[in-house]
Design a protein around this ligand. Structure first.
Ligand SMILES: Nc1ncnc2c1ncn2[C@@H]1O[C@H](COP(=O)(O)OP(=O)(O)O)[C@@H](O)[C@H]1O
Ligand SMILES: [Mg+2]
Length: 279
């Protein structure tokens, strides 16, 4: 078996400090990480552990106080607007609150058309663009004909998150950051969203970083799990290693809370959606 796996996103000593003096918060504290192409990684930690701050630094929405981030083996350069736009071709995010993710003045078809333009499809004939939008909507079980002329906020929370996934389907980034994308929608839509994320990964090979405070969910969907406590990674490894043989006290604590929340997800169950990463 070959040892080679492509590292698509990595970081050394990545740190974010908010505020100064007595008001200082070290949200992310000197973390190192190496994420491989095609992997599904979960970052698990309680509220306030620094997950969203890390995601925002990875995306380039929040500046890094110190440390380095590398994208596809090279030091990331997002020093100009142009370079940032180029970076965002490769890395995209879905956030927790679907209502905050859309420009309220954009109709659904223009949200999708923008994605086609970002992928260089500006000059395509309109019919071709409609075909692409139709395909993206059908991937997430939305009916394109019912979507045109509507605004995203006319959809339910679950439908809006599905539209976010349709965007990702069109953009086909190398990396998708999903920051608790299922935490604000109903349980039924939640399962659908998860299945769609897994389908997206299987069909496109994109790497997904899934942020959650839910250990059961992380085990269910991921290849690797990183445990975050107070801005630091206290443990990481394969989902099986971290969940079945946890080493850090904090991981054990998180696992203790799981059966109370998720009785139906026994840890021994077959993970029918998970695919082994081929190395
Ligand atoms: N813009 C900000 N200004 C000041 N402190 C912040 C800001 N964003 C986050 N924090 C603080 O950083 C810490 C980590 O927050 P966050 O990254 O949102 O955690 P999580 O996503 O794991 O809940 C918290 O203590 C939070 O209060
Ligand atoms: Mg958060």
């Amino acid at each position: 078996m070959s040892e080679y796996r492509e590292v698509c996103l990595s970081g050394t000593g990545v740190t974010k400090v908010f505020g100064i003096g007595s008001k200082k918060t070290v949200a992310v504290n000197n973390v190192d990480f190496k994420f491989y192409s095609g992997e599904l990684i979960s970052i698990v930690g309680e509220s306030g552990s620094g997950k969203t701050t890390l995601i925002k630094m990875l995306l380039g929405l929040t500046s890094v106080t110190s440390g380095e981030i590398f994208f596809m083996g090279e030091k990331r350069d997002i020093s100009s607007h142009k370079k940032k736009k180029e970076y965002w071709r490769g890395i995209q995010a879905i956030f927790q609150d679907p209502y905050s993710s859309y420009n309220i003045f954009s109709k659904i078809d223009s949200v999708l058309l923008d994605c086609i333009k970002m992928r260089g499809g500006r000059g395509l004939p309109y019919e071709k663009k409609v075909d692409m939008m139709r395909e993206a909507c059908s991937f997430v079980n939305l009916k394109f004909d019912e979507m045109t002329n509507k605004y995203p906020f006319e959809l339910s929370g679950g439908q809006m998150q599905r539209l976010m996934i349709a965007r990702i389907f069109l953009l086909k980034p190398k990396i998708l950051l999903a920051d608790e994308p299922t935490s604000m929608i109903d349980a039924c839509s939640r399962a659908t969203i998860l299945e769609m994320l897994l389908k997206l990964r299987d069909e496109t090979g994109m790497m997904i970083i899934f942020i959650t405070h839910d250990m059961g969910l992380a085990y269910y969907v991921s290849d690797s799990v990183y445990i975050m406590e107070k801005g630091k990674f206290v443990e990481y490894g394969s989902a099986n290693e971290v969940v079945l043989t946890p080493k850090a006290e904090y991981t054990k604590q998180l696992l203790n809370d799981v059966p109370k929340i998720h009785d139906p997800w026994e840890f021994s169950r077959n993970k029918k959606f998970r695919k082994e990463i081929t190395v």
